[in-house]
Design a protein around this ligand. Structure first.
Ligand code: FEO
Length: 395
């Protein structure tokens, strides 16, 4: 069912309440998601983006209830990823010649996904499309936010920025706007989305935000492709993005570990005690990665100034959960964060040093010596772990 955004602009997407994993299994979506498509009915009728493939038939049916498909003049595809372009093949069966406006890279991604030679029209930043009634669409390329093909489009007159993935959240909601939902959930999901998807592109994002500001566009609404539409103080999320893209950290230390026979767990808890003894103001969080959601833990890493990572030694190496975690956070290119490594071992004892090397390679500044302990921690080992925690807190 369509929902009014403003004047002749309507939301016509899909609310996916059941979604629990996204990007395959890479991203947890505890609160579901939405795939937002927009229909603009001025002298010209324009469709902006579609929905994910599983909802293609439903989407095209709903769209056809709102408008004769043959009366759609232009299709704008801001980004070729299939959660937004997935209904195109179904739609284009009905209107194969309708022009599709997108970036040059989106032609590549759309052809790559669907192997169709549709009526593509390549646009660049600053290009405009007259849609009648004195309104225009202004295109803004957004390369690497978060794909090379990404783009935003601005509707003059109504002052709406259709930002695609940027400023979005994986957050299912029946009510469209940011002022209509739980604010705590909204900003938590927004930060998780930033930390896990956009963080690697922070430096590009800052430049792009500056470029958009320099265009002096009046932005009354930011209509994203996932989650809510920002209408109440939409610049608040832009300011948050400026903050998050600036080597963001809070006064937090996060301990992330996995354990086999609880020795590394005991060390983790004693390190936490040591940090708390030394600094009563720092937020301390501790996660057994084998029992925690990697995307949620990664969001905590994003908030942290220091991350303390622990694994026992197994097979002259580290547990696979910790190896996968470090491999993952390396891809996110967090900046200006410190790390330390620790772990228990029975025989060879390589894990703390391996962790330190991997964290260094992931871009973290290493503090202290890698802390290892042979066998189950006794009282002396526990005291040493507390001292290690104090040392970390002092950095
Ligand atoms: Fe929501 Fe990059 O797709």
């Amino acid at each position: 069912m369509k929902k009014k955004v403003k004047n002749n602009v309507y939301w016509l997407g899909k609310v996916d309440w059941e979604l629990r994993r996204f990007h395959g299994d890479e991203y947890s979506t505890h609160n579901g998601s939405t795939y937002n498509s927009y229909l603009i009915k001025e002298e010209k009728n324009i469709l902006i983006d579609t929905v994910w493939i599983p909802f293609a038939a439903e989407f095209v049916h709903n769209l056809s209830e709102e408008i004769d498909l043959n009366k759609i003049d232009y299709i704008i595809i801001n980004h070729g990823e299939i959660d937004h372009s997935g209904a195109l093949p179904e739609l284009m069966k009905h209107i194969p010649d309708t022009p599709i406006y997108c970036t040059a890279n989106a032609v590549k991604s759309l052809k790559g996904h669907y192997h169709q030679d549709w009526n593509f029209n390549i646009v660049k930043t600053g290009d405009k499309l007259d849609i009648g009634n004195g309104k225009e669409l202004v295109f803004v390329e957004m390369p690497m936010l978060h794909w090379p093909d990404s783009m935003a489009v601005y509707l003059t007159g109504d002052n709406i920025l259709f930002s695609n993935d940027a400023f979005g959240q994986h957050y299912a909601t029946e009510l469209l706007f940011n002022d209509q939902v739980d604010q705590c959930d909204l900003f938590k999901e927004s930060m998780k989305y930033y930390a896990n998807i956009l963080a690697p592109f922070s430096h590009i994002l800052r430049k792009k935000l500056d470029e958009i500001m320099a265009m002096n566009l009046v932005i009354e609404i930011i209509a994203t492709s996932h989650g809510i539409i920002w209408r109440d103080n939409p610049m608040r999320i832009v300011e948050k993005y400026m903050e998050w893209s600036g080597n963001y950290q809070e006064n937090q230390i996060t301990i992330v570990y996995d354990t086999m026979w609880n020795g590394t767990k005991v060390l983790a808890e004693k390190i936490a005690e040591g940090i708390a003894y030394e600094d009563q103001n720092v937020v301390i969080k501790l996660f057994n990665l084998a029992k925690s959601d990697i995307n949620d833990v990664t969001t905590e890493v994003f908030k942290s100034k220091t991350v303390v990572v622990g694994s026992p030694t197994i097979g002259n190496s580290i547990l696979h959960s910790i190896a996968a975690f470090i491999s993952y956070i390396k891809t996110l290119k967090f900046k200006d964060k410190k790390a330390a490594g620790f772990g228990c071992y029975g025989w060879s004892g390589e894990s703390p040093k391996i962790i330190v090397e991997l964290m260094k390679d992931a871009g973290f500044e290493i503090i202290g010596e890698a802390f290892g302990n042979q066998w189950n921690p006794d009282e002396d080992a526990k005291k040493s772990a507390v001292e290690f925690g104090k040392e970390i807190a002092r950095y």
